[in-house]
Design a protein around this ligand. Structure first.
Ligand code: UDP
Ligand code: MG
Length: 335
Protein backbone atom coordinates (compact mmCIF):
# COMPACT_ATOMS: atom_id res chain seq x y z
CA UNK A 1 0.00 0.00 0.00
CA UNK A 2 1.28 3.49 -0.85
CA UNK A 3 2.33 5.56 2.10
CA UNK A 4 0.00 8.32 3.18
CA UNK A 5 1.04 11.80 2.30
CA UNK A 6 1.24 15.00 4.32
CA UNK A 7 1.31 18.49 2.88
CA UNK A 8 2.37 21.39 5.07
CA UNK A 9 1.01 24.74 3.90
CA UNK A 10 2.67 27.93 5.10
CA UNK A 11 1.87 31.42 3.80
CA UNK A 12 4.76 33.85 3.89
CA UNK A 13 4.74 37.59 3.47
CA UNK A 14 8.05 39.39 3.92
CA UNK A 15 9.67 36.64 5.95
CA UNK A 16 13.07 36.86 4.31
CA UNK A 17 15.09 36.26 7.47
CA UNK A 18 12.98 33.61 9.09
CA UNK A 19 11.86 31.45 6.18
CA UNK A 20 15.01 29.34 5.79
CA UNK A 21 15.30 28.36 9.48
CA UNK A 22 11.58 27.59 9.41
CA UNK A 23 11.86 25.28 6.40
CA UNK A 24 14.96 23.63 7.84
CA UNK A 25 13.33 22.73 11.13
CA UNK A 26 10.11 21.75 9.36
CA UNK A 27 11.92 19.31 7.05
CA UNK A 28 13.76 17.80 10.01
CA UNK A 29 10.47 17.03 11.73
CA UNK A 30 8.84 15.73 8.54
CA UNK A 31 11.82 13.47 7.82
CA UNK A 32 11.34 11.81 11.19
CA UNK A 33 7.76 10.78 10.30
CA UNK A 34 6.81 7.62 8.38
CA UNK A 35 4.92 9.54 5.69
CA UNK A 36 5.63 11.05 2.31
CA UNK A 37 5.54 14.77 2.75
CA UNK A 38 5.78 18.00 0.82
CA UNK A 39 5.93 21.60 1.93
CA UNK A 40 3.82 24.13 0.08
CA UNK A 41 5.02 27.66 0.61
CA UNK A 42 2.83 30.51 -0.55
CA UNK A 43 4.58 33.75 -1.38
CA UNK A 44 1.86 36.30 -0.62
CA UNK A 45 3.31 39.06 -2.77
CA UNK A 46 6.39 39.61 -0.61
CA UNK A 47 8.49 42.66 -1.43
CA UNK A 48 11.60 41.90 0.61
CA UNK A 49 13.15 39.07 -1.42
CA UNK A 50 11.24 36.24 0.27
CA UNK A 51 10.17 35.08 -3.22
CA UNK A 52 13.78 34.58 -4.34
CA UNK A 53 14.61 32.70 -1.14
CA UNK A 54 11.61 30.44 -1.77
CA UNK A 55 12.79 29.74 -5.34
CA UNK A 56 16.19 28.81 -3.94
CA UNK A 57 14.61 26.50 -1.40
CA UNK A 58 12.64 24.82 -4.18
CA UNK A 59 15.84 24.41 -6.21
CA UNK A 60 17.58 22.89 -3.18
CA UNK A 61 14.72 20.46 -2.45
CA UNK A 62 12.96 19.99 -5.79
CA UNK A 63 11.16 16.86 -4.62
CA UNK A 64 9.91 18.28 -1.34
CA UNK A 65 9.04 21.93 -1.77
CA UNK A 66 6.33 23.51 -3.89
CA UNK A 67 6.25 27.29 -4.14
CA UNK A 68 3.21 29.27 -5.13
CA UNK A 69 3.84 32.90 -6.01
CA UNK A 70 0.69 35.01 -5.76
CA UNK A 71 0.51 37.96 -8.12
CA UNK A 72 0.35 40.44 -5.22
CA UNK A 73 -0.36 40.56 -1.49
CA UNK A 74 -3.83 39.08 -1.02
CA UNK A 75 -3.64 38.76 2.76
CA UNK A 76 -3.01 35.91 5.15
CA UNK A 77 -6.43 34.23 4.83
CA UNK A 78 -6.38 34.26 1.02
CA UNK A 79 -2.80 32.95 0.95
CA UNK A 80 -3.81 30.17 3.32
CA UNK A 81 -6.71 29.33 1.02
CA UNK A 82 -4.41 29.26 -2.02
CA UNK A 83 -2.19 26.79 -0.18
CA UNK A 84 -5.11 24.58 0.85
CA UNK A 85 -6.46 24.57 -2.73
CA UNK A 86 -3.14 23.36 -4.10
CA UNK A 87 -2.26 20.88 -1.36
CA UNK A 88 -2.61 17.24 -2.37
CA UNK A 89 -1.81 15.42 0.89
CA UNK A 90 -4.10 12.97 2.64
CA UNK A 91 -3.74 15.39 5.52
CA UNK A 92 -2.94 19.09 5.18
CA UNK A 93 -1.20 20.97 7.97
CA UNK A 94 -1.49 24.76 7.93
CA UNK A 95 0.93 26.87 9.92
CA UNK A 96 2.65 30.27 10.00
CA UNK A 97 6.08 30.61 8.48
CA UNK A 98 7.59 32.70 11.27
CA UNK A 99 8.33 29.81 13.69
CA UNK A 100 5.63 30.96 16.09
CA UNK A 101 3.96 27.64 15.34
CA UNK A 102 6.53 25.01 16.38
CA UNK A 103 7.07 22.25 13.78
CA UNK A 104 7.79 19.96 16.76
CA UNK A 105 4.02 19.81 17.38
CA UNK A 106 3.38 18.19 13.99
CA UNK A 107 3.92 14.55 15.12
CA UNK A 108 1.20 15.06 17.74
CA UNK A 109 -1.19 16.58 15.19
CA UNK A 110 -0.58 13.63 12.88
CA UNK A 111 -1.08 11.13 15.69
CA UNK A 112 -4.51 12.55 16.49
CA UNK A 113 -5.38 12.36 12.78
CA UNK A 114 -4.38 8.70 12.82
CA UNK A 115 -6.70 8.22 15.81
CA UNK A 116 -9.56 9.30 13.55
CA UNK A 117 -9.87 13.06 14.02
CA UNK A 118 -10.51 15.07 10.84
CA UNK A 119 -9.56 18.41 12.34
CA UNK A 120 -6.74 18.80 14.84
CA UNK A 121 -6.62 22.40 15.98
CA UNK A 122 -3.65 23.85 17.84
CA UNK A 123 -4.58 26.28 20.59
CA UNK A 124 -2.15 28.85 21.96
CA UNK A 125 -1.54 28.57 25.67
CA UNK A 126 0.31 31.84 25.76
CA UNK A 127 2.39 33.85 23.34
CA UNK A 128 5.73 35.01 24.61
CA UNK A 129 6.32 38.71 24.02
CA UNK A 130 2.73 39.51 23.15
CA UNK A 131 1.74 42.86 24.59
CA UNK A 132 -1.16 43.14 27.02
CA UNK A 133 -3.00 45.23 24.47
CA UNK A 134 -3.04 42.39 21.89
CA UNK A 135 -4.05 39.92 24.58
CA UNK A 136 -6.86 42.14 25.79
CA UNK A 137 -8.24 42.94 22.33
CA UNK A 138 -8.01 39.29 21.34
CA UNK A 139 -9.95 38.22 24.43
CA UNK A 140 -12.59 40.89 23.85
CA UNK A 141 -12.93 39.80 20.23
CA UNK A 142 -13.46 36.11 21.04
CA UNK A 143 -15.90 36.98 23.82
CA UNK A 144 -17.87 39.16 21.39
CA UNK A 145 -17.89 36.70 18.52
CA UNK A 146 -18.92 33.78 20.73
CA UNK A 147 -21.69 35.87 22.26
CA UNK A 148 -22.94 36.95 18.84
CA UNK A 149 -22.39 33.89 16.70
CA UNK A 150 -23.99 30.48 16.78
CA UNK A 151 -20.72 28.92 15.64
CA UNK A 152 -18.39 28.46 18.60
CA UNK A 153 -14.95 29.77 17.77
CA UNK A 154 -12.17 28.56 20.02
CA UNK A 155 -10.52 31.51 21.82
CA UNK A 156 -6.75 31.52 21.26
CA UNK A 157 -7.24 29.32 18.23
CA UNK A 158 -4.82 30.16 15.48
CA UNK A 159 -4.15 29.15 11.92
CA UNK A 160 -2.13 26.12 12.99
CA UNK A 161 -4.08 22.94 12.34
CA UNK A 162 -4.30 19.65 10.54
CA UNK A 163 -7.19 18.98 8.18
CA UNK A 164 -7.99 15.59 6.70
CA UNK A 165 -8.56 15.28 2.95
CA UNK A 166 -12.39 15.26 3.23
CA UNK A 167 -12.30 18.58 5.12
CA UNK A 168 -9.88 20.11 2.63
CA UNK A 169 -12.21 19.05 -0.18
CA UNK A 170 -15.09 20.87 1.51
CA UNK A 171 -12.94 24.00 1.60
CA UNK A 172 -11.86 23.58 -2.02
CA UNK A 173 -15.28 22.92 -3.48
CA UNK A 174 -17.90 24.41 -1.21
CA UNK A 175 -16.50 27.18 0.94
CA UNK A 176 -15.53 29.85 -1.52
CA UNK A 177 -16.75 32.96 0.30
CA UNK A 178 -14.58 36.00 -0.18
CA UNK A 179 -14.81 37.60 3.21
CA UNK A 180 -12.84 34.77 4.78
CA UNK A 181 -12.37 33.97 8.41
CA UNK A 182 -10.80 30.52 8.17
CA UNK A 183 -10.93 29.91 11.95
CA UNK A 184 -14.68 30.34 11.93
CA UNK A 185 -15.11 28.20 8.82
CA UNK A 186 -13.11 25.39 10.41
CA UNK A 187 -15.53 25.38 13.37
CA UNK A 188 -18.50 25.72 11.08
CA UNK A 189 -17.78 22.64 8.93
CA UNK A 190 -18.09 20.28 11.89
CA UNK A 191 -16.28 16.89 11.61
CA UNK A 192 -14.49 15.18 14.50
CA UNK A 193 -12.25 17.79 16.05
CA UNK A 194 -9.48 17.57 18.60
CA UNK A 195 -7.53 20.39 20.28
CA UNK A 196 -3.89 20.47 21.27
CA UNK A 197 -2.43 23.23 23.42
CA UNK A 198 0.98 24.67 22.69
CA UNK A 199 3.15 27.58 23.77
CA UNK A 200 3.68 29.93 20.87
CA UNK A 201 7.23 31.22 20.66
CA UNK A 202 8.14 34.77 19.77
CA UNK A 203 8.67 35.48 16.08
CA UNK A 204 12.00 34.19 14.80
CA UNK A 205 12.61 37.41 12.86
CA UNK A 206 10.83 40.44 11.50
CA UNK A 207 7.61 41.96 12.74
CA UNK A 208 4.01 40.86 12.93
CA UNK A 209 2.21 41.59 9.65
CA UNK A 210 -0.99 42.24 11.57
CA UNK A 211 -1.07 45.95 12.25
CA UNK A 212 -3.85 47.28 14.48
CA UNK A 213 -5.80 48.22 11.36
CA UNK A 214 -5.45 44.72 9.88
CA UNK A 215 -6.51 43.16 13.20
CA UNK A 216 -9.57 45.39 13.22
CA UNK A 217 -10.47 44.39 9.68
CA UNK A 218 -9.89 40.71 10.58
CA UNK A 219 -12.24 41.08 13.56
CA UNK A 220 -14.82 42.80 11.37
CA UNK A 221 -14.69 39.95 8.86
CA UNK A 222 -15.13 37.41 11.65
CA UNK A 223 -18.09 39.22 13.16
CA UNK A 224 -19.87 40.08 9.93
CA UNK A 225 -19.43 36.68 8.31
CA UNK A 226 -20.38 34.69 11.40
CA UNK A 227 -23.18 36.69 12.93
CA UNK A 228 -26.36 38.42 11.87
CA UNK A 229 -26.77 39.50 15.48
CA UNK A 230 -25.56 43.11 14.96
CA UNK A 231 -28.39 43.56 12.45
CA UNK A 232 -30.87 42.10 14.90
CA UNK A 233 -29.59 44.36 17.68
CA UNK A 234 -29.99 47.31 15.32
CA UNK A 235 -33.58 46.38 14.61
CA UNK A 236 -34.34 45.86 18.30
CA UNK A 237 -32.66 49.10 19.30
CA UNK A 238 -34.34 51.03 16.48
CA UNK A 239 -37.70 49.61 17.49
CA UNK A 240 -37.23 50.49 21.18
CA UNK A 241 -36.11 54.01 20.38
CA UNK A 242 -39.05 54.57 18.04
CA UNK A 243 -41.39 53.32 20.75
CA UNK A 244 -39.86 55.76 23.23
CA UNK A 245 -40.08 58.68 20.83
CA UNK A 246 -43.68 57.77 20.01
CA UNK A 247 -44.56 57.88 23.71
CA UNK A 248 -42.74 61.19 23.99
CA UNK A 249 -44.75 62.47 21.02
CA UNK A 250 -48.00 61.40 22.64
CA UNK A 251 -46.93 63.13 25.83
CA UNK A 252 -46.07 66.30 23.88
CA UNK A 253 -49.49 66.40 22.25
CA UNK A 254 -51.14 65.74 25.62
CA UNK A 255 -49.09 68.50 27.26
CA UNK A 256 -49.85 70.92 24.41
CA UNK A 257 -53.58 70.41 24.80
CA UNK A 258 -53.97 70.09 28.56
CA UNK A 259 -50.87 71.52 30.20
CA UNK A 260 -50.02 74.35 27.82
CA UNK A 261 -49.54 76.77 30.70
CA UNK A 262 -46.76 74.75 32.31
CA UNK A 263 -44.92 73.68 29.17
CA UNK A 264 -41.92 75.76 28.24
CA UNK A 265 -41.01 75.04 24.65
CA UNK A 266 -37.28 74.33 25.05
CA UNK A 267 -35.05 73.54 22.14
CA UNK A 268 -32.61 71.55 24.31
CA UNK A 269 -34.80 68.49 24.36
CA UNK A 270 -35.55 68.87 20.67
CA UNK A 271 -31.87 69.01 19.82
CA UNK A 272 -31.15 66.11 22.12
CA UNK A 273 -33.77 63.87 20.59
CA UNK A 274 -32.82 64.97 17.08
CA UNK A 275 -29.13 64.30 17.47
CA UNK A 276 -29.69 61.04 19.31
CA UNK A 277 -32.02 59.69 16.66
CA UNK A 278 -29.78 61.01 13.88
CA UNK A 279 -26.81 59.30 15.51
CA UNK A 280 -28.66 56.00 15.80
CA UNK A 281 -29.76 56.16 12.20
CA UNK A 282 -26.28 56.86 10.91
CA UNK A 283 -24.79 54.12 13.07
CA UNK A 284 -27.22 51.52 11.86
CA UNK A 285 -27.03 52.68 8.27
CA UNK A 286 -23.27 52.21 8.53
CA UNK A 287 -23.75 48.77 10.01
CA UNK A 288 -26.09 47.76 7.20
CA UNK A 289 -23.52 49.24 4.82
CA UNK A 290 -20.91 46.80 6.14
CA UNK A 291 -23.13 43.86 5.28
CA UNK A 292 -23.94 45.33 1.86
CA UNK A 293 -20.23 45.82 1.22
CA UNK A 294 -19.71 42.15 1.99
CA UNK A 295 -22.54 41.14 -0.36
CA UNK A 296 -21.00 43.42 -3.01
CA UNK A 297 -17.65 41.66 -2.69
CA UNK A 298 -19.28 38.25 -2.93
CA UNK A 299 -21.37 39.16 -5.94
CA UNK A 300 -18.45 40.47 -7.98
CA UNK A 301 -17.16 36.94 -7.90
CA UNK A 302 -13.53 37.87 -8.23
CA UNK A 303 -11.01 35.14 -7.48
CA UNK A 304 -9.79 34.92 -3.90
CA UNK A 305 -6.19 35.08 -5.12
CA UNK A 306 -4.24 34.86 -8.35
CA UNK A 307 -1.28 32.55 -8.80
CA UNK A 308 1.40 34.21 -10.89
CA UNK A 309 3.80 31.27 -10.95
CA UNK A 310 4.04 27.83 -9.44
CA UNK A 311 7.09 25.70 -8.79
CA UNK A 312 5.75 22.28 -8.06
CA UNK A 313 7.60 19.62 -6.09
CA UNK A 314 8.63 16.91 -8.55
CA UNK A 315 6.93 14.10 -6.67
CA UNK A 316 3.67 15.93 -6.03
CA UNK A 317 0.58 14.14 -7.31
CA UNK A 318 -0.71 15.65 -10.54
CA UNK A 319 -3.98 16.85 -9.06
CA UNK A 320 -5.25 20.25 -7.92
CA UNK A 321 -4.24 22.27 -10.95
CA UNK A 322 -6.22 25.35 -9.94
CA UNK A 323 -4.68 28.54 -11.22
CA UNK A 324 -6.86 30.99 -9.40
CA UNK A 325 -9.16 31.08 -6.43
CA UNK A 326 -12.46 30.90 -8.29
CA UNK A 327 -14.89 28.17 -7.35
CA UNK A 328 -15.95 27.65 -10.97
CA UNK A 329 -12.39 27.30 -12.16
CA UNK A 330 -11.73 24.83 -9.40
CA UNK A 331 -14.83 22.83 -10.21
CA UNK A 332 -14.19 22.73 -13.92
CA UNK A 333 -10.73 21.40 -13.22
CA UNK A 334 -11.91 18.52 -11.12
CA UNK A 335 -11.38 15.19 -12.87
N1 UDP B 1 1.04 36.56 6.18
C1 UDP B 1 0.67 36.49 4.83
N2 UDP B 1 0.08 37.58 4.25
C2 UDP B 1 -0.17 38.73 4.94
C3 UDP B 1 0.17 38.78 6.32
C4 UDP B 1 0.77 37.67 6.91
O1 UDP B 1 0.88 35.47 4.18
O2 UDP B 1 -0.71 39.67 4.34
C5 UDP B 1 1.68 35.38 6.81
C6 UDP B 1 2.96 35.70 7.58
O3 UDP B 1 4.10 35.66 6.74
C7 UDP B 1 2.96 34.60 8.64
C8 UDP B 1 1.49 34.37 8.89
O4 UDP B 1 0.79 34.87 7.75
O5 UDP B 1 3.54 33.40 8.14
C9 UDP B 1 0.99 35.05 10.15
O6 UDP B 1 1.29 36.43 10.11
P1 UDP B 1 1.93 37.19 11.35
O7 UDP B 1 2.99 36.36 11.97
O8 UDP B 1 2.34 38.54 10.89
O9 UDP B 1 0.68 37.30 12.33
P2 UDP B 1 0.68 37.18 13.93
O10 UDP B 1 1.40 35.88 14.26
O11 UDP B 1 1.43 38.36 14.43
O12 UDP B 1 -0.75 37.16 14.32
MG1 MG C 1 3.27 35.34 13.67
Amino acid sequence: MARQKLTVVAPAYNEVEGIEPFVKSLLEVLDSLPYDSTVLLVNDGATDGTGEVLDRLHAAHPGRITVLHLSRNFGHQAALTAGMDHADGDAVICMDADLQHPPSLIPELVERWQQGFDIVQAVRRQTANVGWMKNLTSRAFYAAINFLSKTHIEPNGCDFRLLSRPVVEVFRKELRERDRFVRGLVSWVGFRTSFIEFDASPRYAGESKYSFRKMLSFARTGLISFSKMPLKVAVFFGFSVSLLSLSYGVFAVFAYIFLSKQVIPGWASTILVGTFLGGCQLLFLGLIGEYIATIFDEIKGRPLYIVAREQRAATGRAESAAVDGNADTLRSQQP
